[in-house]
Write a protein that binds this ligand. Sequence first.
Ligand code: PGA
Length: 239
Amino acid sequence: MKLIVANFKMNLLIKDIHNYLEVIEQKLNKDQVIFCPNNLHIKYFSEKNYLVGSQDISFQEYGAITGDTSINQLKEVGITYTINGHSERRQYFLDNKYINKKVKLALSKQIKIILCIGENLKAFEENNTFSVLKDQIDNALKDNLNYINETNLIIAYEPIWSIGTGKIPTNSCLEKTILNIKTYLKETYNLNLKVLYGGSVNLENIDSLQEVSEIDGYLVGSLSLDPNKFLTLINKINN
Ligand code: PGA
């Protein structure tokens, strides 16, 4: 079964969430899909026993960090996963030090991590994809290996140039990059991790993406905002 993560980013209002939940009611496998709505909307999903993740956590457990949300507060409303290192967070808010701290904090609190990695267009065009990904992996895993196992860390490979753009890597490129990620994790860290693909996954490209045998699931942004389209996508993935 392929894992599917829905990343709502900063979209939807409470009335949309209620409508969303009505549309999907009884129509999906609750073990397959992880919803990552805005923090204010997490409880609506967790109350109905969906798997829920936050889009980020504070790097500190509690204290004086205005504007942040602590992992304890997010656990209280029902998350069991958190996204870490999404490129939009890396761009505006994070440096590598925090991503590393967040891995340790989340895993020590039994929250599973969806770690996003991905290269920008320049690195892709200059054939530097793998060295960027390797640095991002090393930085996130450094000193955290005692906490990590094959069920609590999932990698999401998201080329930055594919997010929200409609452009995705070719299948052979994806097959190669994801295999490189898996081989590196196995050889360097002795970890067999699931690797998801994210970036402009939609109803037009999903059949082709499904031919990439190394993809273990998808991280879906824009398309997941429409519950009917999202259900259609899930059906296509499962058939
Ligand atoms: P997208 O977003 O599907 O809208 O490209 C994916 C993501 O940012 O996780």
